[in-house]
Design a protein around this ligand. Sequence first.
Ligand code: ADP
Ligand code: MG
Length: 638
Amino acid sequence: MSKETASICESCHLDGERESRWTYSIGGMRFNLKDFLLVAIVGILILVSLLLWLVWGIVEAPLLPALIGGIPIVIGAVKGLLRKDMNVGLLISVALIASIIVGKYLPAAIVVFIMHLGEALENITLARSTKAIRKLLELRPRFARVRRNGQEVEVPAIEVRRGERVLVKSGERIPVDGIVVFGQAAVNKAPLTGESIPVEVGVGDEVFEATINEAGVLEIETTKVGRESMMGRIIELVEKVQLEKAPAQRIADRFARYFTPIILVITGLVYYLTGEIINAITVLIIACPCALVLATPTAVLAAVGNAARRGILIKGGRTLEATGQITAVVLDKTGTVTYGQSEVTNIKGFGNLSEREILLKAAVAEKFSEHPLARAVMRKAQAFGLNIPDSSDFKVYPGRGVVAYESGEKITLGNRKLLAEQGIKVPEEVAQFLMDQEEKGETPIILASEHHIEGVVTTADTLREKVSVVVEDLKKTGVKRIIMLTGDNERTARAIAGKLGIKEFLAEQLPEDKVNFVKKLKENYKVVVIGDGVNDAPALATAHVGIAMGAFGSDAAIEAADIALLTDDLTQAVQAIRLSRKTVQIIWSNIILFSLVINAIGMYLAAVGAVGPIAAAILHNVGSFAVIINSARLINYR
Ligand code: ADP
Ligand code: MG
């Protein structure tokens, strides 16, 4: 079995060691040949010993298969004990040794057979549930056509060096992350984002490993390969998930630790009370916590792999579990419910300056700002063909605006808060104009020189059409409160929230207010914050779960968030929440139904002698198998 699954079910294995050279793959199914060889040998020997017994009356014959199959189990158990790991093999070993001592050779042999068969089958199914990761790996092109010394050579993709030029023909997958230096093509990002829309790329555009060149020829200058590429990072994230344990898993692990001694005590009691050694042996066989140990990791892995294929990066079992319990969703306005691409829609003078002069002053003030509003102003200034000089003493007031100086003259540009702070009065006429603009859902910013107002620049952002659908869907998944937060003014916020069907919103929130709001909300709710991961990173980090949108190619956004959506599609957030809820549901059905209930009923039946050791071994494996199959449903859950 592959290395990644070995860690999951180690404490559940009869023998801890898994050798990859015994692993074979047929039609996508991977299985361990050693597992099946042992099953076959034990099975044949049981048949032979039955013959010996029935024909010649040799009662001791089944002892041989019991020993051949049993010794590896006992060795595994002892090894486990040496690692201070109370494993399942221990319970089975005690049961085996007890059976042999009391002369129950045939049941012992059959139990050994069933345990090995069960394990062999589970290994196949477990290997299938890591299919999620292998599916991702298969998306990576293995070879790249590189131009070296004026010649085209084919080399393994991971050996391409930064700066080398890679050629990609129509129909091929791009083998590296890089910049197009020649050619033009329609590129489909579906392998990375799940969103199958071919995008035209040309010289200077960024392209990514594993995306498909659908039409055209590209020459790409390599910037990132292997682990560093976007695809490499996605795979690394998914692989890391297995190392981090979800809370439910920790509970199960702790439980499993006490399980073995408790079961041994119960077994002793059963023997003491019933006087039947067979009942006690049966209790031991049935009680193994295999299903419990498998319950969480199998589900988490299947779900995270599923999400990754759709461009949703969930950073671990803990996140998955928290997301499954979400009751409140906080949406940032700019960049989340809007596209974050503001445009200047109106310029109005309130002094002696012309429109052009107002725009020029505004652009000087915004020149060094990265804010979406600043970019809107700069774009407009460029469209006007303005030449914008540098300012001095530029200062950003987060959530309020900017102040800058141009040849000693102060320029203030921002909202009412900023003007109040700078001691500049807003006359009635201007206030009325601001309100008119805001009622439309647009965002006016005020331009002032030293002491008085020069004009107002109004900006507007485009709303995402899908937001109202998302709000409805969130309610359907059981989210109780959906709140939009913004640093923008009350009227604009109300207009936008109204258009999108968001009932609750909070306006004029400074970044620290947003953080405090999320903190308060966390007292009564499980909170998700959805943002763009750039200027709302503190709020994302404060939430139980932070979801960053449009994280494609943005390392910062991927780092900042618990869940990173590679596309700009808000419905993916809903998908992530749905998948998480389903996962939590499956984990608990695994734990309660297939582990605890089956075990409890089985132990009772065993204690009263209603089932024997063979039925117990079957029941035990049915439980583990049910857990694996139940979790595997998440691989293709939509
Ligand atoms: P949001 O919560 O929508 O992301 P911000 O907190 O970034 O908004 O900004 C809130 C408000 O502060 C803006 O609506 C605008 O009025 C003002 N503001 C912030 N930055 C700037 C800027 N660079 N230029 C002008 N106004 C700004
Ligand atoms: Mg913002």
